[in-house]
Ligand binder design. Structure first.
Ligand SMILES: Nc1nc2c(c(=O)[nH]1)N[C@@H](CN(C=O)c1ccc(C(=O)N[C@@H](CCC(=O)O)C(=O)O)cc1)CN2
Length: 303
């Protein structure tokens, strides 16, 4: 297996997995499939993004989603609403997008303001347009191993781990964190790759020892630099999902400088898993458009 150019070997340090470059490669694959699909169906795949409130980070992510969707030759529709939007009005907006035949994918940016029941809003999304893979239907399909749209961040983790390590069968994956967005689906997605999976969390006993048994360690806990170098099995593949804003800037859940001396592969923050989230979102939008129009595409995430 040849090493892709977004994985850089470094003498005496973990190979660096450059998520920004990897995402560019995936975006290009999506763009070429989107062009071919658009020619066949007579229109471009379309992603609707809904943003409620003024969370500055969410605004950055949504801007990037819109920019990269359009750069990949797809249509982006943006719906910005004030923080005091009534839950019923958000549900009504999602229902309108469900009914719009020109919309292939619907994404409601998280977090939503506290007065809105996130689950109710997510469950309103038509599963055929659920490009975040967060509805109960999508989650159920993942549990069953049935075809469906998978959550973006953990899918990005699996794709990068496969690029770094090849076949993942039999490897021990430890996921720290049990969120619906990342931890739980990551466990199922690595299981689908025939990994032995441990879902660890804040109440796990002797977390460092559990992490030291991991061939693949996914840190998705939201605690700045919690994972220390001596939690890492020498040579392990460490994927850092954390994005924590601190006085010293943006840091992950892994203490990077010390850990890159222990790991075999590692993702940085920023420039690691984050950009992959949007790359998978674009791939999911393309897949949703193909499925809705009965067309076949080459899955950019396959292989
Ligand atoms: N509906 C959803 N909401 C949220 C998701 C999601 O997958 N679906 N994930 C996160 C936010 N997110 C995408 O929405 C996201 C987070 C981070 C990045 C990213 O590229 N980060 C950069 C750093 C940028 C910065 O914050 O300054 C990096 O890691 O290099 C992209 C997308 C929560 N909400």
């Amino acid at each position: 297996m040849s090493t892709p150019d977004f994985i850089r070997h470094r003498e005496g340090l973990a190979s660096l997995i450059d998520g920004k470059l990897a995402a560019q490669a995936l975006d290009s694959a999506v763009a070429s499939e989107a062009a071919s699909l658009s020619a066949r169906i007579g229109r471009k795949p379309c992603l609707a993004v809904v943003l409620v409130g003024e969370d500055p980070a969410s605004h950055v992510y949504v801007r990037n989603k819109v920019r990269r969707t359009e750069a990949a030759g797809m249509i982006s529709q943006e719906f910005r609403r004030p923080a005091d939007l009534a839950e019923a009005d958000l549900v009504a907006l999602v229902e309108t997008l469900n009914a719009d035949p020109a919309v292939d994918g619907i994404l409601v940016q998280m977090p939503l303001p506290a007065h809105i029941d996130t689950r109710r809003v997510v469950e309103t999304i038509d599963p055929a347009k659920d490009v975040d893979g967060l509805t109960a239907t999508s989650a159920g399909r993942l549990v069953l191993g049935a075809d469906g749209l998978r959550p973006c961040t953990p899918s990005g983790c699996v794709w990068l781990a496969r690029q770094a390590l090849g076949d993942l069968s039999g490897l021990h994956t430890v996921v720290i964190g049990r969120s619906i967005l990342v931890g739980k689906p990551a466990g199922l997605l690595f299981l689908e790759q025939n990994c032995t999976v441990t879902l660890a969390h804040s109440r796990t006993r002797d977390l460092p020892a559990v992490c030291r048994s991991a061939d693949i360690l996914i840190a998705a806990v939201g605690r700045p630099e919690m994972v220390q170098a001596d939690w890492i099995k020498p040579g392990a593949c460490v994927l850092d999902v954390g994005i924590n804003r601190t006085d010293t800037g943006l840091v992950g859940d892994v203490a990077f400088e010390a850990s890159e001396k222990a790991a075999g592969h590692i993702t940085p923050v920023p420039g690691g898993i984050g950009p992959m989230t949007i790359a998978v979102l674009l791939a999911n939008t393309l897949k949703a458009a193909a499925a809705r129009t009965g067309e076949t595409i080459a899955d950019p995430l396959a292989g």
